[in-house]
Design a protein around this ligand. Structure first.
Ligand code: AMP
Length: 112
Protein backbone atom coordinates (compact mmCIF):
# COMPACT_ATOMS: atom_id res chain seq x y z
CA UNK A 1 0.00 0.00 0.00
CA UNK A 2 1.69 3.21 -1.17
CA UNK A 3 -1.04 5.74 -0.50
CA UNK A 4 -0.43 8.05 2.49
CA UNK A 5 -4.10 8.44 3.35
CA UNK A 6 -4.75 4.68 3.00
CA UNK A 7 -1.94 4.19 5.54
CA UNK A 8 -3.49 6.79 7.86
CA UNK A 9 -6.91 5.12 7.58
CA UNK A 10 -5.30 1.74 8.34
CA UNK A 11 -3.57 3.21 11.42
CA UNK A 12 -0.10 2.57 9.99
CA UNK A 13 0.68 6.30 10.17
CA UNK A 14 -0.62 8.27 13.17
CA UNK A 15 -3.24 10.97 12.76
CA UNK A 16 -5.39 13.20 14.96
CA UNK A 17 -8.70 11.48 14.26
CA UNK A 18 -11.87 13.51 14.70
CA UNK A 19 -14.45 11.17 13.12
CA UNK A 20 -14.81 7.65 11.76
CA UNK A 21 -17.64 5.55 10.41
CA UNK A 22 -17.90 2.53 8.14
CA UNK A 23 -17.03 4.52 5.01
CA UNK A 24 -15.37 7.74 6.17
CA UNK A 25 -12.31 8.79 8.18
CA UNK A 26 -11.55 12.38 9.22
CA UNK A 27 -8.44 13.83 10.85
CA UNK A 28 -6.73 17.15 11.46
CA UNK A 29 -4.58 18.55 8.67
CA UNK A 30 -0.93 18.57 9.71
CA UNK A 31 -0.55 22.14 8.35
CA UNK A 32 -3.79 23.84 9.36
CA UNK A 33 -4.86 26.85 7.30
CA UNK A 34 -7.73 27.87 9.58
CA UNK A 35 -8.58 27.34 13.28
CA UNK A 36 -10.46 24.22 12.18
CA UNK A 37 -8.87 22.32 9.29
CA UNK A 38 -10.05 18.73 9.00
CA UNK A 39 -9.47 16.34 6.09
CA UNK A 40 -12.53 14.21 5.37
CA UNK A 41 -11.57 11.10 3.42
CA UNK A 42 -13.47 8.09 2.10
CA UNK A 43 -11.98 4.79 3.20
CA UNK A 44 -12.33 3.52 -0.36
CA UNK A 45 -9.32 4.66 -2.36
CA UNK A 46 -10.28 6.97 -5.21
CA UNK A 47 -7.55 9.12 -6.71
CA UNK A 48 -9.48 12.38 -6.94
CA UNK A 49 -12.84 14.00 -7.69
CA UNK A 50 -12.08 13.16 -11.32
CA UNK A 51 -12.38 9.44 -10.49
CA UNK A 52 -15.99 9.66 -9.23
CA UNK A 53 -18.43 7.63 -11.35
CA UNK A 54 -22.06 6.49 -11.00
CA UNK A 55 -20.68 3.16 -9.73
CA UNK A 56 -18.61 4.63 -6.87
CA UNK A 57 -20.41 7.90 -6.08
CA UNK A 58 -21.71 6.42 -2.81
CA UNK A 59 -18.18 6.95 -1.58
CA UNK A 60 -18.49 10.70 -2.16
CA UNK A 61 -22.01 10.93 -0.75
CA UNK A 62 -20.87 9.17 2.46
CA UNK A 63 -18.35 11.98 2.89
CA UNK A 64 -21.06 14.61 2.47
CA UNK A 65 -23.28 12.83 4.98
CA UNK A 66 -20.43 12.92 7.51
CA UNK A 67 -19.46 16.57 6.97
CA UNK A 68 -22.40 18.20 8.86
CA UNK A 69 -21.80 15.89 11.81
CA UNK A 70 -18.10 16.75 11.90
CA UNK A 71 -18.83 20.48 11.50
CA UNK A 72 -21.27 20.34 14.40
CA UNK A 73 -18.81 18.46 16.59
CA UNK A 74 -16.15 21.07 15.73
CA UNK A 75 -18.50 23.89 16.76
CA UNK A 76 -18.77 25.45 13.29
CA UNK A 77 -22.12 27.10 13.95
CA UNK A 78 -21.52 30.04 11.62
CA UNK A 79 -20.58 28.14 8.46
CA UNK A 80 -17.52 26.61 6.89
CA UNK A 81 -15.86 25.83 3.56
CA UNK A 82 -15.36 22.48 1.80
CA UNK A 83 -12.57 22.24 -0.78
CA UNK A 84 -11.29 19.36 -2.84
CA UNK A 85 -8.18 19.98 -4.92
CA UNK A 86 -8.03 17.91 -8.10
CA UNK A 87 -5.03 17.19 -10.28
CA UNK A 88 -2.04 19.31 -11.10
CA UNK A 89 -3.84 22.60 -11.79
CA UNK A 90 -5.88 22.10 -8.61
CA UNK A 91 -2.61 21.64 -6.66
CA UNK A 92 -3.64 18.21 -5.33
CA UNK A 93 -0.67 16.82 -3.40
CA UNK A 94 -2.10 13.54 -2.04
CA UNK A 95 -3.64 11.26 -4.65
CA UNK A 96 -6.50 9.94 -2.48
CA UNK A 97 -9.67 12.01 -2.74
CA UNK A 98 -10.12 14.21 0.32
CA UNK A 99 -12.20 17.18 1.33
CA UNK A 100 -10.75 20.05 3.34
CA UNK A 101 -13.22 21.24 5.98
CA UNK A 102 -12.16 24.76 6.95
CA UNK A 103 -13.70 27.08 9.50
CA UNK A 104 -13.52 28.75 12.86
CA UNK A 105 -13.08 32.24 11.40
CA UNK A 106 -14.36 34.35 8.49
CA UNK A 107 -12.59 32.89 5.46
CA UNK A 108 -11.30 34.94 2.51
CA UNK A 109 -13.83 35.49 -0.28
CA UNK A 110 -11.29 34.55 -2.94
CA UNK A 111 -10.94 30.87 -3.82
CA UNK A 112 -8.44 31.05 -6.60
P1 AMP B 1 -4.02 18.60 -1.07
O1 AMP B 1 -2.88 19.54 -1.27
O2 AMP B 1 -5.37 19.18 -1.38
O3 AMP B 1 -3.78 17.28 -1.75
O4 AMP B 1 -4.10 18.33 0.50
C1 AMP B 1 -3.27 17.45 1.16
C2 AMP B 1 -3.26 17.87 2.58
O5 AMP B 1 -2.76 16.80 3.36
C3 AMP B 1 -2.38 19.09 2.88
O6 AMP B 1 -3.19 20.13 3.42
C4 AMP B 1 -1.37 18.57 3.90
O7 AMP B 1 -1.06 19.50 4.90
C5 AMP B 1 -2.09 17.36 4.46
N1 AMP B 1 -1.25 16.30 4.98
C6 AMP B 1 -0.16 15.72 4.40
N2 AMP B 1 0.35 14.76 5.17
C7 AMP B 1 -0.44 14.71 6.27
C8 AMP B 1 -0.43 13.90 7.46
N3 AMP B 1 0.48 12.93 7.65
N4 AMP B 1 -1.37 14.14 8.40
C9 AMP B 1 -2.29 15.11 8.22
N5 AMP B 1 -2.37 15.88 7.12
C10 AMP B 1 -1.45 15.69 6.17
Amino acid sequence: MECLFCKIIAGEIPSAKVYEDEKVYAFRDIHPQAPVHVLVVPKQHLASADAVTPENSGTASAVFEAIPRIAKAEGLKNGYRIITNCGEDGCQSVQHIHFHLLGGRKLPESMG
